[in-house]
Design a protein around this ligand. Structure first.
Ligand SMILES: Nc1ncnc2c1ncn2[C@@H]1O[C@H](COP(=O)(O)OP(=O)(O)O)[C@@H](O)[C@H]1O
Ligand SMILES: [Mg+2]
Length: 497
């Protein structure tokens, strides 16, 4: 009997241990049996994404077509939500069909679990897409994570609380305390950071105090725990408490959770060396994931030479300020959204925003231009690169459009041809139409852009629109003596006559 391919999905690997959450896992599981959409809602750093990942990994086997992860944190443009889902499912957007329609027809008969992570900044667009998917695909279930509910009919909301806290009165036994979620996360991360770390009768009061002070917020606990490498827990508690006291006027009033997290991030940042501080704030110029090569090219300066980048990055990862995530055995990095927001403020304070944005733009432009002619000979590698960098490239394109820097934008957009024709015909048509009015464009880019615009129309089965673009590609290639491009343009021209 012929077997259909049953892809298991694309869930990212969990690289650190998972702690607790038994009650929430049970609740989500139950709600997802009754309803088709469950939204995990809570403040930044509360552990929503991690919980979604854990439940998806647990449930994946029950879905014949697997569990799929869509990361929206990196997507800046609401119009690209559906494109992101299409890309995550590894579908090809090659025709003139809108991504939402591609999804509806692909998912119609699928049995799969879709996780849409970090919807908060694109709530309306995410809600609309999820509603369409649920309507079109009766056997698809969706988990979203967000700071607020999506407000889609049938949505079941699960409020993700911070981790369970230990009692503050010292009545729990050590054995009980070891089972407490917040204490467990703290001790596990402290042990990972400093080699050997244990909850003892001596440090229990400080650990309990710290977990309570940090309100059980996992991200804050992780940031504090790594400091056990150099400080005793009591010292960490004392120093953090001083910071909180400044904010609350000395009282022990509870801070809003986002402020607890921000204060912890700020404390952790202040403890960094100068090079680490410089690097961390500069990393926010990347909208999406990034690689070491990207960082070496964009974020360096006299006081942060490229030779020091690897060590500095490693140290930021060790301190839980940057997350390392391997994609197809290639190391890549990202910032938690809250960390990126913080780094953005710091970059602004340092007046480095414009310089870094400019370097980022030039870097991606140079990289795109360098790789374009070789891309077809090593397409698999090139597409893997484009896939990893696409959110950075989109952000740079946005900037070019916003600043009216059309010529450089066109250099980039026209060089991404193989990505667009395989992953985003509708998206790239929009980019090109915004950029084609550029003046002072390099001849190679000009021909490439006309040619690509024509090709995209052909893929959209629109020969009438394609024809004049291809004719322009031929004329311009001839005028400017671009012989290779002339022959390419002529051969495609022959197919539309
Ligand atoms: N239950 C858990 N066990 C272990 N680590 C956790 C747990 N919940 C959260 N974390 C860690 O805390 C950090 C913040 O969690 P995350 O899921 O990104 O928060 P959110 O999505 O709510 O902003 C991450 O590094 C994550 O791995
Ligand atoms: Mg998240």
């Amino acid at each position: 009997m012929a077997r259909t391919r049953s892809p298991s999905g694309n869930l990212p690997a969990e690289i650190t241990s998972f702690v607790g959450r038994r009650q929430q896992l049970g609740e989500i599981r139950k709600k997802l049996t009754a309803a088709r959409l469950v939204s995990l809602v809570g403040p930044g750093g509360a552990g929503k994404s991690r919980l979604a990942l854990r439940i998806a990994a647990d449930l994946a086997r029950g879905f014949a077509d697997g569990a799929w992860w869509v990361e929206l944190a990196e997507v800046r443009d609401g119009a690209l939500v559906a494109n992101s889902v299409v890309a995550a499912l590894d579908l090809r957007d090659q025709a003139g069909t809108q991504p939402a329609q591609i999804l509806a027809s692909y998912l119609r008969d699928k049995r799969l679990l879709l996780v849409v992570d970090n919807c908060e900044h694109l709530l309306g667009e995410a809600a609309q897409l999820v509603a369409e998917v649920l309507r079109a695909a009766p056997n698809v279930r969706v988990i979203t994570t967000s700071r607020e509910p999506l407000q889609v009919p049938g949505e079941q909301v699960v409020a993700v609380p911070p981790l369970e806290l230990p009692a503050g009165n010292g009545t729990e036994s050590l054995a009980r305390l070891r089972q407490n979620e917040a204490v467990m996360l703290f001790t596990e991360r402290a042990a990972a950071a400093s080699g050997a770390f244990e909850l003892t009768a001596e440090n229990r009061a400080a650990i309990v105090g710290l977990c309570r002070r940090l309100d059980g917020l996992p991200l804050a606990i992780e940031l504090a725990a790594v400091r056990t490498r150099a400080l005793a827990v009591a010292q960490i508690l004392e120093r953090l408490s001083d910071r909180f006291a400044l904010l609350t006027g000395g009282g022990r009033v509870a801070l809003p959770r986002h402020q607890t997290l921000e204060t912890t991030i700020d404390w952790s940042y202040e403890l960094l060396g100068d090079g680490e501080k410089t690097l961390l704030r500069r990393l926010c110029v990347f909208a999406g994931r990034f690689t070491l090569e990207d960082v070496e090219a964009v974020c360096t300066s006299d006081d942060l030479p490229a030779a020091e980048v690897l060590d500095t990055m490693t140290s930021l990862v060790d301190k839980s300020l940057v997350t390392k995530q391997d994609v197809r055995s290639h190391a890549s990095y990202r910032l938690h959204e809250t960390m990126r927001e913080y780094a953005t403020l710091k970059l602004r304070d340092a007046h480095e925003e414009r310089v870094l944005e400019e370097r980022c733009l030039e870097y991606y432009r140079a990289t795109c231009l360098q790789s374009v002619d070789q891309a077809r000979y090593r397409l698999v590698d090139w597409l893997a690169w484009a896939d990893l960098e696409i959110d950075n490239i989109r952000a740079v394109l946005h900037q070019c459009v916003a600043r009216g820097d059309l010529a450089r934008g066109l250099d980039i957009a026209a060089s991404m041809g193989y990505y667009w024709i395989t992953h985003g015909t509708t998206e790239s048509t929009r980019w090109l139409d915004q950029l084609l009015g550029a003046e002072n464009v390099a001849p190679a880019t000009q021909v490439r852009a006309y040619y690509l615009r024509g090709w995209l129309s052909l893929l959209q089965a629109d020969a009438a629109t394609a024809r004049p673009w291809i004719a322009r590609a031929v004329t311009t290639a001839r005028e400017k003596g671009q012989l290779t491009k002339l022959s390419e343009s002529l051969s495609i021209a022959a197919t539309v006559e």
